[in-house]
Design a protein around this ligand. Structure first.
Ligand code: SAM
Length: 292
């Protein structure tokens, strides 16, 4: 394919096949009106591979010798990775001021705290959680075992998460106080403080894979924000059920501000917090009511 050639055209039938393949593998749902989105994202990939039409690409993706690598390349291209430090501050305030102190109190005997940021993109969310834990525990941090895991389906975003190096765009909702306390400026970049950095680790994890989530064990708090909008109800239900299985009984689930579990049959109830959407396992939210 020459440099000047335009993106290949995706027929309706090719769109249907591709979106089924993508859905089966990841739960990401491309509705009928989003064909142009898939076409523009994958068009670039076909050009890189010098593949001229979508039938060839589908064969390469599903039957080629590098099919697992190609799925990864495809997810790097088709996922939306928008994020920032301290995204949706009112919701994070609920985490820091209400949920975290209660969990810390409840774990006083074990001094173990486990937080999962699922679909964390380039790491701004789990690092923000680490900064809040650092603020909350203060000097007590030395006596605690804090584990914060960031996972995503895209290896590319996780590579940049592990670097912990950000531009102003990621810092657009970060206060000057947090910037000076938890980052070191290096020209146009902001490097996450090494003490915060070592509190977080990253792994590739596909939310479609229920069994794989078991390897992580149980969590005190799970954040899964701004990804379920790309799933249909069946996938949302499956993912939220996995979170239910993987949360401690008094654990808390945070979802995106514009997302809701209302239409799903899942055993969670919304907590009585004014700003942030967070959920407790059914019958287990009493301790939170006391705090509110
Ligand atoms: C918009 S970002 C949200 C980042 C962060 N949670 C936030 O709210 O700022 C959505 C992320 O979900 C990831 N994602 C999409 N489908 C996924 C799946 N099936 N499993 C894991 N991650 C997925 C994308 O790669 C992307 O990085």
């Amino acid at each position: 394919m020459s440099e000047t050639s335009t993106d290949p055209v995706m027929s309706a039938a090719q769109f249907d096949r591709l979106r089924k393949i993508i859905y089966d593998r990841s739960g990401i749902h491309f509705p009928d009106n989003k064909k142009y989105v898939l076409e523009s994202r994958l068009g670039r990939r076909l050009q890189e591979l010098e593949i001229e039409d979508y039938d060839q690409y589908i064969s390469f993706l599903t039957m080629g010798p590098y099919k697992d690598d190609e799925f990864q390349e495809m997810f790097n291209k088709i996922t939306i990775n928008e994020t920032s430090f301290f995204r949706n501050e009112p919701q994070l305030d609920v985490f820091e001021k209400q949920v975290l102190p209660r969990i810390i109190e409840a774990r006083a005997a074990t001094k173990r705290l486990r937080l999962w940021s699922a679909a964390c993109s380039s790491g701004e969310e789990p690092y923000s959680l680490a900064m809040m834990v650092h603020r909350c525990l203060g000097l007590r941090l030395m006596d605690w075992r804090v584990e914060i895991l960031g996972t995503d389906i895209s290896e590319k975003v996780l590579t940049s998460a592990m670097e912990g190096r950000y531009t102003d765009y990621s810092m657009r909702t970060t206060s000057p106080m947090v910037k000076s306390r938890y980052f070191k400026q290096d020209g146009p970049y902001w490097n996450v403080d090494p003490q915060v950095k070592q509190m977080v680790h990253f792994e590739v994890h596909n939310l479609k894979d229920r069994l794989a989530a078991k390897r992580f064990g149980k969590w005190d708090v799970i954040f899964c924000r701004n990804v379920m909008i790309y799933f249909d109800d069946a996938m949302r239900e499956q993912v939220v059920q996995t979170f239910h299985d993987q949360l401690e009984n008094d654990g808390v689930l945070f979802i995106g501000h514009s997302e809701s579990l209302r239409t799903l049959k899942v055993p969670f109830e919304q907590m009585p917090t004014p700003q942030g959407f967070c959920y407790a396992k059914q019958g287990c939210k009493q301790w939170m009511t006391k705090a509110a």
